[in-house]
Design a protein around this ligand. Structure first.
Ligand SMILES: Nc1nc2c(ncn2[C@@H]2O[C@H](COP(=O)(O)OP(=O)(O)OP(=O)(O)O)[C@@H](O)[C@H]2O)c(=O)[nH]1
Length: 354
């Protein structure tokens, strides 16, 4: 779990700085007492820079980035167009139209960045927030376009609605981003607490949670549930002759091989040192013995290739089914374990059904 907390989440830094910069830009654009270059031009550039930082944070959150060159281009457009409409062809209306449209597009880019990664249950609030913010800004821009005198427009319905929608959207965005980050961390914690770090298979806690679900589903659906216990033969000898790292590689190899052979909804867990459990839904004893025999034969054939070494290993397996032992996973596992030990006693590298 410490891995979860050691890295500080960089996306939050970009979002925090982005919002500070946006607020500073908004403050600048609302200070007519300042020189026109600061109020009309620099203010928009600072807002553009702030939104680009938020967009960079979103890209970082989804494991990519926004280059500083793109941040510079976004900022430069936000600076240069208002500069043109202030210094070259002065027009308050054109400047306000541009800022409405441009900042709407940047907010929609933020919404699209999040929406592209799916999981709307988690990201929906942020997508909605950025989209509504974009619509509010677009309406303001359109209103300026259609309204000849910007001075009249302050009291209009569209301006009133957008004045209400913009802060509401910003609150949604803040909550949405917090949700996205906390979901990311709870997902990481879930993985850390239910998966085996060495092999990526479920650990005992994960097996207990998921096994219960799969068992109940099979019971309700009247389907058979099979359990295969797998134990590597003479694993201690592999460790003692080649060292623990080679033993670890054998375990990883076995987990990869099992995963390849299983259906997506079958469960695979590392039950102890070199012991694995498979839980197969809708499989009776005869079919499970066939699966186990196929796995045993493949394990026997395969070779674990390391730098200067190739290692072969075999496994013994015990197979049981709910038709004979009931649906209680603990009972199934202990019956499977007994069958697996019978396979060991009978000479190893074999499958015993019970
Ligand atoms: N490399 C490695 N070894 C482990 C791990 N967990 C347990 N072991 C080792 O697995 C070995 C298991 O040895 P035994 O229980 O005697 O089993 P075995 O040698 O496979 O003998 P049989 O099961 O009777 O065929 C022990 O030496 C443990 O130290 C692990 O995560 N990595």
């Amino acid at each position: 779990a410490s891995a979860c907390y050691t890295e500080s989440p960089p996306e939050q830094r970009w979002w925090a700085w982005g919002n500070v910069v946006i607020c500073a830009g908004l403050a600048l654009t609302n200070m007519p007492s300042l020189p026109v270059v600061v109020d009309n031009i620099l203010g928009y550039g600072v807002i553009g820079f702030g939104i680009a930082l938020v967009l960079r944070g979103l890209r970082v959150h989804f494991s990519s980035t926004l280059s500083w060159r793109t941040v510079a281009v976004i900022t430069a457009i936000a600076l240069l167009v208002p500069a043109y409409y202030t210094l070259v062809t002065p027009s308050l209306r054109a400047r306000l139209c541009f800022s409405g449209f441009y900042f709407a597009i940047l907010n929609w880019m933020c919404a699209a960045t999040i929406a592209r990664h799916g999981r709307l249950r988690v990201t929906g609030i942020s997508v909605a927030g950025f989209s509504v913010l974009g619509v509010g800004l677009l309406l303001r821009g359109m209103h300026m376009l259609l309204h000849p005198d910007p001075a009249d427009s302050a009291s209009s319905l569209v301006m009133g609605l957008s004045t209400l929608a913009i802060p509401l959207a910003q609150i949604c965005i803040a909550f949405g981003l917090i949700m996205m980050v906390s979901w990311r961390y709870s997902e990481r914690l879930r993985r850390l607490s239910t998966l085996d770090a060495l092999t990526g298979a479920l650990n005992r806690a994960g097996l207990e949670i998921q096994g219960k679900r799969v068992g109940l589903r099979a019971l309700r659906g009247g389907r058979s549930l099979a359990v295969i216990m797998i134990d590597v033969d003479y694993f201690k000898v592999i460790n003692d002759s080649h060292g623990h790292p080679v033993g670890d590689e054998v375990l990883r190899h076995l987990a990869r091989l099992l995963k390849m052979e299983l259906r997506p909804h079958d469960l695979m867990a590392r039950f102890g040192g070199e012991e694995f459990v498979l839980v197969l839904d809708d499989v009776n004893l005869a079919a499970a013995i066939n699966v186990a025999e196929r796995l045993r034969a493949r394990i026997e054939r395969e070779m674990v290739e390391l730098d200067k070494l190739s290692v072969r290993y075999t496994a013994s397996m015990g197979v049981v089914c709910s038709d004979e032992h009931g649906y209680d996973l603990i009972r199934l596992i202990s019956a499977g374990d007994a069958a697996m030990y019978e396979a060991k006693r009978a000479g190893r590298n074999r499958v015993v059904g019970a």
